[in-house]
Write a protein that binds this ligand. Sequence first.
Ligand code: HAM
Length: 421
Amino acid sequence: MNMKFERPRGTRDFSPEDMKSRDFLFQTMVQVFESYAYNHIETPVFENLELFTAKSGDEIVEHLYTFKDKSERDLCLRPEMTASVARMYANGLVHSRKPLKLYYFGPMYRYERPQKGRYREFWQMGAELMGASSLESDAEIICLASDCMDKLDLKYNLRLSHLGVLRGILSDSGVDEKTQDKALGCIDRDEAEELKKIVDFQLISPLLGLSADSSKGFKEFSDVVLSSIKSFPSALKAFEELKAVMGLIQSLGKEFTVDLGMSRGLAYYTGMVFDISVEGLGAQNQVCGGGRYDKLIELFGGPPTPAVGFAFGFDRLGEALKIQEKPVDVKGVDVIVVPVGDDVRAESFKIARDLRQAGLASDYDLMGRKLKDVLSFASSAGIKYAVIVGPRELKDGEIVLRDMSSKKEKRVKIKELTRQF
Ligand code: HAM
């Protein structure tokens, strides 16, 4: 009986063509991460379920891929990596050199309703900076993300805020941290009625619609905010921090919007938060999100450690490259070796190996096709040169080198072949 299998819902296959642009994206971003002295790490794809419910509560379970292993342990596929990196820090990196600058790339899993730009399996590329609380560390994280966008030559909108402003108003009014988390969740999901049930809406409502653009200056915005928060010292302190971070990124020529009504879906943020969106991606247009989370490492049993980071939605970035028609710089195959007749196959096979050892990406006709067919394969595959190995030339220690774009051919000594490229 023949069977036909479909992919699980919300997952994708990536063809060699897809992988070319994904690899280009990855390599370009690695260059930016490493230019800021960040180091690559990896963590397990599955974790103990509690790692994610500890801060977010049991409500998060419906958005996770959870399962029990054969020893009845509750596990889940990771929905993001910040919790894993915080766990890794609390477990083993506590005594490493500070600050720790880490980056990661890998698949994440969320049990969500699939739609354009929203998958059940998707990739994130992110950075976490641990052990530094300075304003420059907030600014560095924002600039690192925005430099990735600049390096990819993508147009984007950068938006930032500081959760300490809203949290400050609430905590100075006696609202506990758990209720603050809930309130920020409601703001994130635009649930005004729910929000009104848990906090005094009047306290924060003047700030929720407030935003301003760096191109227009912040004086007026700042005056309005200050008048709304003047009796809340914690909010005032947070706003001063936000203004200092804004000043730092403005001094690097970055353009952005500040939006105090912005919250973030994840419960662990404590300070500066930001996101990056790209027009044309539809409803799921956020390509990056991040912020400061100073209490997570402590929650996982580590010492109090300030931390800030972000993650790019790698798949959405790939889509943005397509929409904005950015060229993908792909290193192709340099040469294909074509034996003309069975007598020369062994020697041709060896020539291909020698070309590879000389650093050239080299293919070899594995199928014993006619020369004409291999040449048409090579031109459709974008291979730059063909090394045609014929019995007559081989007797003289030579081959025919064909430039696939100009179609010009010349005889070349095998010994001198690698010098031709
Ligand atoms: P997040 O905002 O949940 O943050 O996800 C970051 C990015 O991942 C989003 O901006 C989006 O581009 C992408 N993304 C999220 N869900 C999906 C999905 N279902 N399909 C495709 N792309 C998706 C975090 O995950 C935090 N860990 C970021 C962070 C790092 N904060 C501090 N450090």
